[in-house]
Ligand binder design. Structure first.
Ligand code: THU
Length: 143
């Protein structure tokens, strides 16, 4: 948990995540999520969840932000702020953690927040200590 005030860049990212959440397309679950992803180059990519009438087509806010950034050629990430409007703000789902594993450093910080404030911060490696990655593919016995 964060006992100290988060740095200015994170407070700014929190505002961006709240703003992104307001654009969530969540007519089915009614559960809106916002994300703000900070890159090593200093950019902030916003994401919101985007659902679909074919339910499996839904994409989480975190993955929207990551895919936007990667598609723009920005592949290094320092922090992500995730905002939900719940008393106990939500952590990224396992699917998002797997996508994060592809690009995040073990030390990349995940800030968990509601609309008002940041509740906690966790290193990526704490949330997914044993990620499946390219090393496992390389180690696999072929044939
Ligand atoms: N959702 C996210 O955007 N991020 C998560 O980490 C978990 C869930 C979205 C997906 C769906 O639109 C809604 O929340 C309910 O699952």
């Amino acid at each position: 948990m964060t006992s100290q005030k988060p740095p200015e860049k994170i407070r700014h990212a929190h505002e961006k995540a709240v703003e992104a959440r307001s654009r969530a397309h969540a007519p089915y679950s009614k559960f809106k999520v916002g994300a703000a992803l900070l890159t090593g180059s200093g950019r902030v990519f916003q994401g919101c969840n985007i659902e679909n009438a074919s339910y499996g087509g839904a994409v989480c806010a975190e993955r929207v932000a990551i895919l936007k950034s990667v598609s723009e050629g920005d592949l290094t990430f320092t922090d992500i702020v995730v905002v939900t409007d719940t008393p106990d703000p939500a952590f990224p789902c396992a699917f998002c953690l797997q996508v994060m594993a592809e690009f995040f450093e073990p030390e990349t910080k995940i800030w968990i927040a509601d609309l008002e404030r940041i509740h906690g911060v966790h290193e990526f490696q704490k949330l997914l200590p044993h990620p499946f990655g390219p090393r496992q593919l390389g180690d696999a016995k072929k044939g």
